[in-house]
Design a protein around this ligand. Sequence first.
Ligand SMILES: Cc1cc2nc3c(=O)[nH]c(=O)nc-3n(C[C@H](O)[C@H](O)[C@H](O)COP(=O)(O)OP(=O)(O)OC[C@H]3O[C@@H](n4cnc5c(N)ncnc54)[C@H](O)[C@@H]3O)c2cc1C
Length: 407
Amino acid sequence: MQEKKYDVVIIGGGPAGGQAARNLSKRGYKTLLVERYKSFNDNNFSSAGMTLEPLKEFDLPEAVIGSYWKDITLQCTEKGYDWFGKTKKGVVLDFGKLRQFLADKAISDGGEVLLGHRYLEKRVSDSGVAIDLLDVETSEIKKIESRLLIDATGPLRKVMYDAKEEQPKMNLGSGTEYLIEVDQQTYDTYKERLVFFLGHKWALKGYSWIFPMENRILKVGSGRTHLKSIDQENTDKSTKKITEKIINEYIQPENYTLIDVHGGILRYCEGLNDTYYKNNVIAIGDAISAINPRGGEGIRYAMQSANLASEYIDSYFKTGKEKFKEYEKKWKRKKLLKWRLSEVSARRMYSRYSDAQIENRVQFFQQNFSIDVLIDSLFNFKYNKMLSRIFSFLWLKLKYKFKKKDF
Ligand SMILES: Cc1cc2nc3c(=O)[nH]c(=O)nc-3n(C[C@H](O)[C@H](O)[C@H](O)COP(=O)(O)OP(=O)(O)OC[C@H]3O[C@@H](n4cnc5c(N)ncnc54)[C@H](O)[C@@H]3O)c2cc1C
């Protein structure tokens, strides 16, 4: 291990790191994926809900899917609003199995995976990067070398910045999730359905959720932004307490078994102003704020950023010409506007709107839009159908007002 030199070392075995390792091993590069946890089943923090598109986009197998969903409920403080799908609309992945699958793919193409090792520091030189890793079990330090180093450490951004003070200003989010086993009748109420909670009763400057996994298993959680809100009330609520409230007062199972409690943080840089590359180090995934700031879905975008970075890394190795500035530009061209809209929407929904305003908007949506339009706006940043409907609605209102004036 100590004598080995790699083309690429990737720190962080999340969706971004795993996908990069998969891509670059497949292209024949000597690749090492490093993860601080000893198993992909540890740190299984993500709810991993998404639509069907990523399955095709990243050629994901059935084995990483926890369950399918087809219906959505938006539960506000007063009422719940339902949308029913006739066919499957999305999946909830098993996050541990997804990361294991990506690592296995890299190994089957000749890549190496080193679990239970924490990245400590790097030394950059003209020929590449020297990296120190700590074996978390034995405390032994391993020294390796690589031509390129990838920061896929997610919100921590451990590799790109040597000190925390070097990091740009970021917005913080955090979430807690309980994995519970419930009786069959309770599970059947939530199977094939994503439930999202909005408003103060069931969420805290963010949203909460119930996602189904395999039979009798539910993911119940709550995520919050740490934005300043108009009502700066002191509260003893936490995402953990709200999660427990949802289980006890909303789901109300006769009894349940707690399988796991996990959580994580999100750190998002407004305007996508992270550092994308510097001296032989390239960042991907949550380390470049690839996560959607409104919904907090990041798996698809972490993997997309890994795909894009892999193209530029491949071209660098083949031609010797470094065009990583293009990687940053292309990513921003694709995402910046959408992410900006998402930032505005998050700020309104989570820190400005009252419960009544949220309820009004959700009710309007439910009366006017199908589940496909809802999914497009929640997950795919496609607002065409929704906006044209709203404009024609406003146009009709205006016409009616003028007609009344004429009389
Ligand atoms: C509670 C919660 C719920 C979520 N739900 C969803 C959802 O439903 N759908 C969705 O699409 N997204 C969801 N997300 C977001 C999604 O999980 C992330 O956007 C995604 O995992 C980002 O992938 P990544 O590979 O960039 O980073 P991560 O998944 O964070 O992976 C980073 C990896 O780096 C490792 N690491 C960190 N430091 C070191 C070090 N020093 N040495 C070695 N390894 C290190 C970490 O252990 C980790 O495995 C959720 C996030 C949270 C917190």
